[in-house]
Structure formats: C-alpha cells, structure tokens
Design a protein around this ligand. Structure first.
Ligand code: HEM
Length: 128
C-alpha cells in the first residue's frame, strides 16, 4: 500500500492557494444561492470575505499563516447562527470541494478539521 497522500499537507492536497481560492469561490456561490444562509451575508463585502476565508483555510490546513482577520468567536458573535446553518455550510463546502475534483477521502478530512470550529461559529441561544 502506498502512503504518498498522507505525507502531503492538506493544504497541498487542496491545490495550495489557487485551489483553495477556487473552492472558496464556489462555496460562497452555493451559500448566496441558499436562501436560508444568504441573509447572514446581506451586508458583507464578498470579495473581502472570500479572501479572509481562503487565508483562514490555508492556515487551518497546514499552509502559510497569512490570516489577519478576527478570531472565529469574534467574527460570529451575536449573529444567531444555528447548528443547522453550520451543517449546511459544511455540506456546501463538501460540494465545492467535490466540484473542484477533490477526492472523497480528502473531503472527509477537511470536514473533520472544520467540525471542531462549530462551538466558535454557532451562536444561536439554543446552544449552551
Ligand atoms: C467552519 C465554518 C466556518 C468558518 C471556518 C468561518 C470562517 C469565517 C471567517 C474567516 C470570517 C472572516 C472574519 C473577518 O473578516 O475578520 C467569517 C465571517 C463571517 N461568517 Fe463565518 N465561518 C464559518 C461558518 C459560518 C456560518 C455557518 C455562518 C452563517 C451561516 C457564517 C457567517 C459569517 C458571517 C455573517 C461573517 C461576517 C461577514 C462580514 O464581515 O460581513 N460563518 N467566517
């Protein structure tokens, strides 16, 4: 059994900065087409948001740490984001990765890496 995939960082498996930028582009297209999610971003400057998300994901997947935005708690505080919203964004991220040709094992790894961020993002009062 070969073991080449595990020696590359997740960042490399995603196609580095350019690959992540393409995935983030698709992700925000899916989010803005989703009427349950789009209202959260009604006043958002999407170009900036995509740039921040791409830099955040690069750092989170073992790439360069160029993210200079807010920490995730501060970025999502007071927005009333629910568990269901979070699950939808993760599902859209999986679709975006799949559309970019990322294999399903890597998609599962990315989703697994994002799951622990739920507590920082979900701010609806139903959550402790
Ligand atoms: C793992 C999941 C998520 C990650 C990694 C993430 C990451 C980020 C990042 C990096 C920012 C930028 C902060 C800054 O500019 O300083 C941000 C802002 C934001 N996020 Fe998320 N996010 C996630 C899930 C969600 C979900 C589920 C929602 C709501 C459906 C959401 C709504 C927002 C909004 C409304 C902003 C502020 C946009 C603005 O500046 O106008 N995020 N997020």
């Amino acid at each position: 059994m070969t073991d080449t995939s595990t020696s590359a960082t997740l960042y490399q498996q995603l196609g580095e900065g350019a690959g992540i930028a393409a995935v983030v582009d698709t992700l925000y297209r899916l989010i803005m087409d989703d009427e349950s999610l789009a209202p959260y971003f009604a006043t958002t400057r999407l170009v900036e948001q995509k740039r921040h998300m791409a830099l955040f994901l690069a750092a989170a997947t073992g790439g360069p740490n160029g993210y200079k935005g807010l920490n995730l708690d501060a970025a999502h505080a007071g927005r009333g984001i629910t568990d269901a919203d979070f699950d939808k964004v993760i599902a859209h991220a999986a679709t975006a990765l799949s559309e970019a040709g990322v294999d399903s094992e890597t998609i599962s790894t990315v989703a697994g890496a994002l799951m622990p961020l739920r507590a920082q993002v979900v701010t609806a009062s139903s959550v402790l």
